[in-house]
Structures are given as C-alpha cells and as structure tokens.
Ligand binder design. Structure first.
Ligand SMILES: NC(=O)c1ccc[n+]([C@@H]2O[C@H](COP(=O)([O-])OP(=O)(O)OC[C@H]3O[C@@H](n4cnc5c(N)ncnc54)[C@H](O)[C@@H]3O)[C@@H](O)[C@H]2O)c1
Length: 256
C-alpha cells in the first residue's frame, strides 16, 4: 500500500539533489506533487521525461523562495490544480561560503537568511492558514546538522538552520491540537549541487582548521534517497505521533 496515496504535496527546491529525490519518492508513493524551483529547464525534464510515468501527478512551478508573490502563487497553484494541500516540504536552500561572523558581508547574510529561513516561514504561514481550515496538514522542513551544532558551515548558514529548527518546534507545538504536524530533518553530508559554484580548496587555512576539521569524524556521505525515505515517513500518517521533532539523518556523524 502506497504511503502517500492521494495526498497533495508541495516541494520547494525540487529540481536537484535532496528535493528531487523527495519528489521522486513522493510520486512513487502515490502523492500528487507540485515541484517548485528556480530552474524551469530541470523542472520540465522531471515532469515530462524522468518522472512522467510515476503513479502520482506532477505539476511544475517556477518559484523563487525569496519572492513572496511567487511563494503565494506556488501555493495557490497547488490548491487550484489539486483541490487541496496536505504536505509542504521546505527543501530549497543555499550554502554560505563558510564565513565566520567577522568575515560575513550583508549580502551573504541576507541571501542565506532569505532562502533558508524567511522563504520557508512565508510558505509555512500560507499553508498553515489552509491547514487550519482543513484541520489537517504536515510540514517537513529540511534543516541540517548545521542547525543543531555550531560549526558545520559558516555563521549565516548555521544561524539560518538553527532558526528553521526553532520555527519547526514553535509551529509543531502551537498547532498540535489543530491536526497540523511540523517536523524537521537534519541531514548530514550528502553530495548534491549545493556547493557546485564553490571551490573548497580556496578556503583560508584557518577556516579549514576550524570548520573542515570536523569532517574527519564523518563516517560516510549519504545519498539523497536516504533523506527522502525519512521525508516520506514524516509526511505520512505512519508518523502521526511525531511532531515538533528534528530527525537527524547523518550516518552517525553527530553521534561522535
Ligand atoms: N547536501 C547536503 O550535504 C545537505 C546537508 C544538510 C542539509 N541540506 C539541505 O538540503 C536542502 C537541499 O539541498 P541540496 O543539497 O539538495 O542542494 P541542491 O543545490 O542540489 O538543491 C537545492 C535546490 O534548491 C533550489 N533553490 C536554491 N535557491 C532557491 C530559491 N531562492 N528559490 C527556489 N529554489 C531555490 C536550487 O535551484 C536547487 O534545485 C537545502 O535546504 C540544504 O540546506 C543539504
């Protein structure tokens, strides 16, 4: 029996990496999915070629998570096309360049906070209004182990993911009696496109020593599908008693 039969999900940042794997898993579990991203080309390929034959219906939406009107359009498009929204997966995210606070410029801070925290908050605000009327709905926020510990990334990324986890707990508890659940996943290291424009070799020696030193304790890299499996569980009714939680999915890295 498919875990997400007849559900309607919105997945942001769905054209690459973890978001793409979540979209694929949700569709295979019978969910109808609106996949949103900035990349029209990659979304179209997913919908017309790669995932066209999956059991769930796929709808694409070009949306920038830093733009409130595009977030609102994304949600109303899902509602109009599918008639309801059951699941929001806030997955779109960007890395910083591992800057500690003294080296952080305003632009980097603003970009990272906008994509990783402010966009998810706006999408949550909008779907929660729908969920309150429906008296049901589930949110899965893709945070990071950088949202639980201090030095898995730079100051901006770390702050944004800590903020997302706080938002997750507040929302999960506040609406617990309204049929709404809100959880986060804290993935460890997963090879995706998130650092594609960044050359790790060019990091200053001090950053390598302070931040990258901890990578030696990581037992292994994960696959996007290993994060998606947990997202399916959190989005499904099987996790009905899981709320306001952060599920760490890191192969044991932070257990060290
Ligand atoms: N890869 C990892 O090691 C890792 C670890 C922990 C957490 N995460 C989190 O997982 C999530 C997915 O990252 P990924 O590793 O799959 O990266 P990725 O770069 O492969 O995918 C991210 C997607 O988000 C989209 N995106 C970026 N900015 C956007 C915006 N403003 N509006 C809409 N879409 C936007 C990109 O176009 C891309 O398709 C992120 O939130 C990231 O912080 C990743």
């Amino acid at each position: 029996m498919a875990e997400l039969n007849n559900k309607v999900a919105i997945i942001t940042g769905a054209a690459s990496g973890i978001g793409k794997a979540i979209a694929s898993s949700f569709l295979q579990e019978g969910s109808n999915v609106l996949v949103a991203d900035q990349s029209k080309e990659r979304l179209t390929r997913m919908a017309t070629v790669e995932m066209a034959s999956y059991p769930g219906r796929i709808l694409t939406c070009v949306a920038d998570m830093t733009k409130e009107d595009e977030i609102e359009l994304m949600i109303s498009q899902a509602l109009n096309q599918f008639g309801k929204v059951d699941i929001l997966v806030n997955n779109a995210g960007i890395m910083d360049h591992f800057e500690p606070v003294a080296e952080l410029n305003n632009l980097r801070w603003e970009q990272v906070i906008k994509v990783n925290l402010e966009g998810p908050m706006k999408a949550m605000r909008s779907v929660c209004r729908i969920f309150l009327q429906q008296k049901s709905g589930t949110i899965v926020n893709i945070a990071s182990v950088g949202g639980l510990f201090g030095t898995r990334a730079g100051a901006a990324y770390t702050a944004s993911k800590h903020g997302l986890i706080g938002l997750t707990k507040n929302t999960g508890y506040y609406y617990a009696k309204d049929g709404i659940r809100c959880n986060a996943i804290a993935p460890g290291a997963v090879p995706t496109n998130i650092l594609e424009d960044f050359d790790m070799e060019r990091l200053p020696e001090k950053t390598k020593e302070r931040i990258m030193g901890g990578t030696q304790t990581n037992p292994r890299f994960g696959a996007p599908e290993e994060i998606a499996a947990v997202a399916v569980f959190l989005a499904s009714d099987k996790s009905s008693f899981v709320n306001g939680s952060v599920v760490t999915v890191d192969g044991g890295w932070t257990a060290y």
